[in-house]
Design a protein around this ligand. Structure first.
Ligand code: NI
Length: 132
């Protein structure tokens, strides 16, 4: 398996500004303030604490990519994003190890346009892979 490093933990929230304030009260700092991802119809911001990065993700439309997940999970962590030096090799390794791609690599505006892809594992649920 390719070497993977954790980039962030994705955290689904209904109200992003209230959630951000709550995380700030816990000692997190804003790394990147709220941006709208019109491809996925979600608002996103990044927070940091103690070397941990959390991505708040909040749907702003009923047909966002996470609207179905929101119904199931409410406010909850829901994916871990991994970074790797060789995106194609890591993607191939993951799919060879039972991970199933949920979408195709697509630019993420909140991540400087870097490609991300989501994969699902029967054992671990959803993960995200980000292109360097
Ligand atoms: Ni993410």
């Amino acid at each position: 398996m390719s070497l993977l490093t954790v980039h962030h933990i994705g955290y689904l929230v209904k109200k992003i500004e209230k959630a951000k304030d709550a995380f700030l009260s816990l000692g997190f700092q804003v790394e990147q303030d709220t941006l709208r991802d019109e491809i996925r119809k979600v608002d996103i911001c990044f927070l940091l604490k103690d070397g941990y990065r959390i991505e708040l993700v909040s749907p702003y439309a009923g047909d966002s990519v996470v609207s179905g997940l929101m119904k199931r999970y409410k406010n909850s962590p829901y994916h871990i994003c991994y970074e790797t030096a060789d995106f194609e090799a890591a993607f191939a390794d993951l799919t060879a190890n039972g991970y199933i791609a949920i979408d195709t690599p697509t630019p993420a505006p909140a991540l400087d346009g870097r490609d991300v892809v989501f994969l699902s594992s029967a054992v671990l649920g959803m993960i995200e892979l980000i292109r360097p």
